[in-house]
Design a protein around this ligand. Sequence first.
Ligand SMILES: *Cc1c(COP(=O)(O)O)cnc(C)c1O
Length: 360
Amino acid sequence: MAYEFTIEKIEKSRISTLDPENIQFGKLYTDHMFSADFENGNWGNFNITPYQPVSLSPATSALQYGQSIFEGMKAFAFEDGSIQLFRPGQNAKRLNISAERMVMPAFPEDLFLQAVKTLVELDRQWVPDRPGSSLYIRPFMFATDDFIGVKPSEKYRFMIFCCPVGPYYNKSLRVKVEEKYSRAAPGGTGFTKCAGNYAASMYPTWLAQKEGFDQVLWMDPLTHTLVEETGTTNFFAVFKDSVVTPKLDESLLAGITRDTLLQIMRSMNQKVEERALPIAEIISEFNKGNVRELFICGTAATLMNVNGLSFRNTYYDVEAQGDNSLSQQLLQTLNDIRYGHSEDTFGWMEQVTEASQQPA
Ligand SMILES: *Cc1c(COP(=O)(O)O)cnc(C)c1O
């Protein structure tokens, strides 16, 4: 089923403000945005308009009580001129997992996909085609009742905007093991992409950054002994004899990149374990000289190597790995698929614009 969208195009594109050689992530938005409103139990008012501020009542429920969730996904420009989305159906599904936990209405998956595709097609000239570049897409939903009182809102807004992303650099990270603060609580919202999770993670991350680290590695909220993830990425450890990533639970975000890398590893017969990963085990492997690689992964960051871990005031260095490391092989395989350099045997790419269609 196709939904009816009202499309108001921008008078004059801002594309000339995009310098593809020098893109600052998260600062420049494409010409258009999508919005939809939930009222009286239904989604409607499907609009694409020029990117612009939204006007809200000061009592807007999302601002007061935080019913607000988001997704993050990417579109890629292939050399044949087509634009392709990476596993967009997974984001559509996950948005609704977050929505359910926050008592927000589900957003129909087919509507989600139609909205993303229509918006990206309209703004296709914003998808950078330089190697390593992409278009970051940010769908999100928030409560719009102007009512003071803690209860689920009756009205919601769903929106999508996009921003171009420049070439990817594998910056090496210094990561602090966080044993005091928690990102999520048992029975809480850790498995959702709700805005509050990120607000709660900022103070401990700020403290770690003041100490000279880039990120914190969160432990399980109950015992602070089991590795979970970092702020917006999932975590993998490559030991001498095994590859391990923490198994999913209610305080962990089920990353699509995590799932993607697990599938790639299994397809190359690389054994990988999803299980409880005690920080004590990592430290013990460090002491035996068995830690080959640590890396984190997520849509925005793709895959980044962890340079070392700080645990109880000792810094444990990961030895530098060559181009043959598992993480580099995974990154190469993933990028070959996302940029159309190898066959998409997993069926992960979804075409938005045809190969023959040149940017307007
Ligand atoms: C978004 C996110 C991830 C990564 O998920 P992807 O689907 O791979 O982008 C990991 N952890 C947290 C807390 C996140 O918000």
